[in-house]
Design a protein around this ligand. Structure first.
Ligand SMILES: NC(=O)c1ccc[n+]([C@@H]2O[C@H](COP(=O)([O-])OP(=O)(O)OC[C@H]3O[C@@H](n4cnc5c(N)ncnc54)[C@H](OP(=O)(O)O)[C@@H]3O)[C@@H](O)[C@H]2O)c1
Length: 415
């Protein structure tokens, strides 16, 4: 069936899970049922999905009784084919993706259905890209991984500041730095399960370790650049005049930003450099904080490599289906800064700020993922089929949507 004639614009797949339910709640609150977006919730358990439909109706204060339910199972390829053929976009939170996600990517690539997810498993995304890029190009399916806090603020933030640099100066910034000022939030059981899956794959498979360590692991073959491995030590940052510590998501975000540059025909330049870190302050306390965070992260990674210790820690953390409370989500936030260096004239350097009005991992992520799905379904995007990043598939359109609908803002500091 041609993508234009499908029953639904969007199916939220995994709506019985923690983040899927929040994404469905966001779409219900923002777009209702039977309005401009024809959407449905999906998963493997009808009773759970009916309970979700009731719950989100109460939370959003909107009647959801007419919201359709689509059933299927990640282990049943025929049901995934049927799912993909019914909708223009599949928006999936069924994770860990490396465990449950491969069949759905294959089905969407074949059926010409657009797809967005919250994957963070680099080795799995690389495998999907290598296996299904040709099918997606042939069918017109636009496959977009990482459409949540990882990696939209980083990826679209760089796109935003590079667009501003080009408009003002006619050239791209030669280097962009993202710095975390602060955030408040906690992790869900699904995120913890995905991290555990990734740690296990990294310990088991040298190819996965190689992909994790390679800053260009997601780039098209042979397209590399000047960035080296991710930072693990505290450093003084002269552009922010503060000490900085490693940021836990820097490795994934950086790979996605570099892939965007490659897919945008090196709009940021072939020698473009990018890195992320956490700001910790300027004096001796800032230096001590940076050293403590760096040591803490190193210790955490080393500890998680020990199986009995990892199992003991994971057992004490939230289990699949659970995550931060509504109050934690609503009181959460994130606050990030960008520094973009003009290639030759430092007085033309740019600074920008990215903020989110909910906790990054779930309150904000569910809105970013929901808007990505709507953007794929409704906006005129200038790309055909294939595997994209958020910025390379939806750049300007998503930058227009997020501040208005999703509480995520991108601002130049000099206005
Ligand atoms: N990158 C980011 O910014 C970000 C943020 C948040 C979450 N995430 C990722 O999103 C994913 C979901 O997290 P979560 O906390 O929402 O997880 P969760 O609560 O455990 O939800 C997982 C969902 O997958 C479904 N599922 C499991 N096996 C299935 C199968 N065989 N067929 C169909 N559905 C199946 C579950 O259905 P049942 O209810 O029937 O078990 C549930 O709906 C994780 O991979 C997490 O890492 C990423």
């Amino acid at each position: 069936m041609a993508a234009a004639n499908r029953t639904y614009d969007i199916v939220v797949w995994g709506a019985s899970g923690y983040t899927g339910r929040l994404t469905a709640e966001y779409l219900l609150e923002r777009y209702g049922v039977g309005g401009e977006i024809r959407w449905a919730i999906g998963g493997r358990n009808r009773a759970k999905l009916e309970a979700v439909r009731k719950k989100i109706a109460v939370e959003a204060g909107v009647d959801a009784s007419a919201l359709p339910i689509v059933l299927g199972d990640s282990n049943d390829p025929a049901s995934l084919r049927e799912l993909a053929e019914q909708t223009r976009v599949v928006c999936t939170t069924v994770g860990p993706y490396a465990k449950f996600g491969s069949g759905l990517v294959a089905a969407c690539a074949k059926a010409g259905s657009d797809y967005c997810d919250l994957a963070g498993e680099v080795h799995w995304m690389r495998a999907m890209l290598d296996a299904h890029q040709q099918a997606a190009v042939a069918s017109g399916a636009r496959i977009v991984h990482c459409a949540g806090f990882d990696c939209i603020p980083s990826d679209l933030g760089v796109y935003f500041v590079q667009r501003a640099m080009r408009e003002r100066c006619g050239v791209p910034a030669k280097r962009v730095k993202l710095r975390v000022v602060g955030f408040s939030g906690a992790a869900s059981g699904g995120t913890i399960a995905s991290m555990e899956t990734m740690i296990e794959a990294t310990l088991r498979d040298p190819e996965v370790r190689r992909a994790m360590a390679d800053p260009y692991a997601l780039n098209p073959a042979g397209q590399r650049g000047p960035d080296r491995g991710d930072r693990i030590t505290p450093e003084w940052d002269p552009d922010f005049e503060q000490w900085t510590a490693p940021f836990i998501m820097a490795s994934l975000n950086g790979k996605v930003v570099r892939r965007s540059n490659a897919l945008l025909d090196h709009a940021y330049g072939e020698d473009f450099r990018y890195d992320e870190a956490t700001l910790t302050g300027s004096g001796p306390i800032g230096a001590a904080k940076a050293a403590a965070i760096a040591a803490g992260l190193g210790g955490l990674l080393a500890g998680m490599a020990i199986r009995p210790l990892r199992r003991a820690v994971v057992r004490r953390l939230p289990q699949p289906g659970h995550g931060p409370t509504r109050e934690q989500r609503n009181n959460g936030f994130f606050d990030l800064r960008l520094f973009a260096a003009h290639p030759t004239e430092p007085e033309k350097n740019l600074r920008a700020r990215i903020r989110g009005d909910r906790d990054p991992g779930y309150g904000s992520t569910s809105k970013m993922l929901g808007e990505s799905a709507v953007c794929l379904a409704k906006d005129a995007l200038d790309v055909g089929g294939g595997f994209f990043t958020p910025a390379s598939a939806m750049g300007d359109a998503l930058l227009a949507r997020l501040p208005v609908n999703a509480g995520v803002t991108f601002e130049l500091e000099d206005g």
